[in-house]
Design a protein around this ligand. Sequence first.
Ligand SMILES: Cc1cc2nc3c(=O)[nH]c(=O)nc-3n(C[C@H](O)[C@H](O)[C@H](O)COP(=O)(O)O)c2cc1C
Length: 395
Amino acid sequence: MKNVILGVSGGIAAYKAADLASRLVKRAIGVDVIMTEAAIRFVGTATFRALTGRPVRVDVFDEEGEITHVELAQRADLFLVAPATANTIAKLAHGLADNLLTTVALAVDCPRLVAPAMNSRMYADPAVQANIATLRDRGYQILGPAAGRLACGEEGPGRMLEAAEIEDLVMNLLEASDGLKGVEVLVTAGPTREHLDPVRFLSNASSGKMGYALAREAARRGASVTLISGPTHLRPPYGVSFQRVTTTEEMFHAVMKRFSASRVVIKAAAPADFRCGETRREKIKKQGKELSLTLVPNPDILLELGRRKRPGQILVGFAAETGGVEEKARKKLRRKQLDMIVANDVSGPENPFGADTNTVTIITSDGRVESLPSMSKDEVARHIIDRVEGLLRSR
Ligand SMILES: Cc1cc2nc3c(=O)[nH]c(=O)nc-3n(C[C@H](O)[C@H](O)[C@H](O)COP(=O)(O)O)c2cc1C
C-alpha cells in the first residue's frame, strides 16, 4: 500500500482536504493526516480519523503509542500540504520545524507538494511569492492555486485546486509509469449534438466517462494527451490538453487537425452519424401536425482516419452494438483499418452508456480476442492502454 502524508494547515479550504482524504482512501492509498493547531479550528481531527482509519497527528510531542514522526516520514511515498497557508509555506521555505507538519516536511524522502490556498492579495504579496519560488527551487511541486471567487468574497488567484484535481495529480505521481513517455495520444469522448433549432438537438446517451478515463490513464503513463470532447458533465483530467466541440463536423475538423501529430488515436466518442439537413435559426413552433426532419450523413471520422493512417500510427475504435457484437466489431475493424477495437453489447442488462462499469471485448488486427469481465471504466482504460503500449512496442 502506498502512503501519503496529507498536511492540513489552517485555512478555509481545510474542508476540501477532507474530501481529498476520502478520495485517496477510496483509491486504496494509506493517508496519514497531520494537522496544524490552526487547522483543527476549521475541521476536527475526528473527521480525518474517521475518513482515513488512521490516527490524526497534531502535536510533535505526542508520540506515545504512535509511530514516531521519523517513521511517519520514512513510510511516506508522497508528502502533500493541502491547503497550504501563507504561514506554513513561509515555514517550509525557511526550514522551520516548530510543529509536527513542518518537522516531518524536513524528514521525508519522497516528492513534496503544496497546494496554496489564501486570499488573492496575500498570495500576491512578494514575501509569499518569494517563499513559493524558494520551495519550487528546492524541488517542491506547487499545485495551483486556481483563480476564482474566494471564501472572502474577492475574486482572483488563491483558491486551492479542487480535491478531484489534486487526486489526479497524486495518483499520477504514485502510479506513474513512463510506458507512454513522449507519445502523443489523441482521445475523443462523449456524444455530439446536432441542432434542429436553437433549443433542440439530436444526440445520444454517451457520457464520455470511458474516453475521459482513457485520457487520464494515458497521461498517467507519461503520454502527451489531447482530449477532444463533445458536451459532457465531466471535469477534464488534470494535465491533459482539452478541446470541447459540439457537432460531429466540429469533432471531425478538430481530430483531423491533430491527427498527423498523433501517434495513437483512440476514438471513444459517440459522434452523431446524422445531422439535420437544415438547422432553423428560430425555434420551431408547435403546429399540431407532423414534423418531418431530413437527416444527412455526417462525416465518418474513424473511416477517414483509417484512410489517412500512416505506418506506425495506432488507431483504436469502439463498437457499441446490439447483438452479434464480436462479428460486427471484426467487420468494423477491417473496414475502418483499425489496429484495435473495443466492443460492447449495449442491448444487455448492463448498458454501458453513462454507467461506471463496462464489459468489453478487445479485438486486435492480429486476430487476438480478449473478453474482459465487468469492471470499472478506469480498469477497462488500464487494459486498453496496456494493449496500446504492447502494440507500440511491437512496431
Ligand atoms: C477564518 C480564517 C480563515 C483563514 N484562511 C486562511 C487562508 O485561506 N489561507 C491562509 O494562508 N491563512 C488563512 N488564515 C490565517 C491562518 O489561519 C493563520 O495564518 C494561521 O497562523 C496559520 O497557521 P498554520 O499555517 O500553522 O496552519 C485564516 C484565518 C482565519 C481566522
